[in-house]
Design a binder for this molecule. Structure first.
Ligand code: HEC
Length: 233
């Protein structure tokens, strides 16, 4: 925008400092189409067009990016996390089906397995890709989906049917003394709350601290994060 404004000013200046034709006031001019007026108004018109063009070009290259690229956790009060919006525009880091830590290793699952899709806010992804560390303000969202299995002639396999749950992990040392806090937005039957309080430490944090491969995060299950440049030799 600065460039555009400078250009406008420069052109105004140059057109004003140009010698003014005596017939500038139209009412006094004997001939409104006087040849003397033409270069002046042409210059003005050109200056206007040029400055509009400069403004348009400046706007096209301005650093205004889609807001999801700057997504960060949004809190209400001390520790209530608002349910993230547009997380499906973030970086998708991995998905799993029926994955869970369970004492019964070969338990036959009666119900259908859930899919889990995990996303990270793009700003945190960029830092992680550079440094291999999750910065303050990292937010990861885990969305669960029901599964459906097809087993018919010509079509077999499993796919994600409906989204059924949402939770989030946030790194914020100033707010949470453990560094990470965990939030569950699911309210049963596919319903989601607009905001959530941090879950009990024993309900979420402990397992993440003990079993997550990188700073409480389950990077062992996220190929996109393992493939990030900082993790490559
Ligand atoms: C017994 C272990 C365990 C407990 C307890 C647990 N999680 Fe997780 N969590 C996992 C595993 C394993 C993953 C990897 C993703 C997957 O399952 O596909 C994960 C992933 C996540 C992620 C994605 C980001 C990350 O840290 O990897 C979020 C968000 C999450 N869990 C939230 C929660 C919340 C909220 C709770 C408590 C209500 C919770 N978790 C409790 C094991 C656990």
């Amino acid at each position: 925008m600065n460039i555009a404004m400078k250009t406008v000013t420069r052109f105004r200046h140059s057109s004003e400092s140009a010698p003014r034709p005596p017939s500038r006031a139209p009412a006094l001019s004997p001939n409104p189409h006087s040849a003397l007026r033409t270069p002046h108004s042409l210059r003005r018109r050109f200056a206007w067009r040029l400055s509009v063009a400069v403004i348009l070009v400046a706007a096209a290259f301005s650093p205004a990016l889609p807001s999801s690229l700057h997504a960060a956790p949004v809190f209400q009060g001390a520790d209530t996390l608002l349910r993230p919006k547009n997380y499906r525009e973030w970086v998708f880091v991995g998905s799993s089906i029926g994955l869970e830590y369970s004492p019964e290793a070969d338990k036959q699952k009666s119900g259908k397995s859930e899919y889990k899709n995990v996303y990270i806010n793009p700003a945190a992804y960029r830092q992680f890709a550079k440094t291999g560390r999750f910065p303050e303000g990292t937010i990861l969202v885990l969305e669960t989906a029901s599964s459906e299995t097809k087993n018919e002639p010509g079509l077999q396999g499993s796919f994600q049917k409906e989204f059924i749950g949402l939770s989030a992990a946030v790194k914020d040392r100033k707010r949470f003394k453990e560094g990470w806090a965990y939030f569950r937005f699911s309210e049963g039957a596919g319903k989601l709350k607009p905001s959530a309080k941090p879950a009990e430490k024993s309900a979420c944090y402990d397992c993440h601290r003990d079993k997550g491969a990188t700073d409480h995060v389950f990077t062992q299950f996220y190929p996109v994060l393992r493939a990030a440049p900082a993790n490559k030799p």
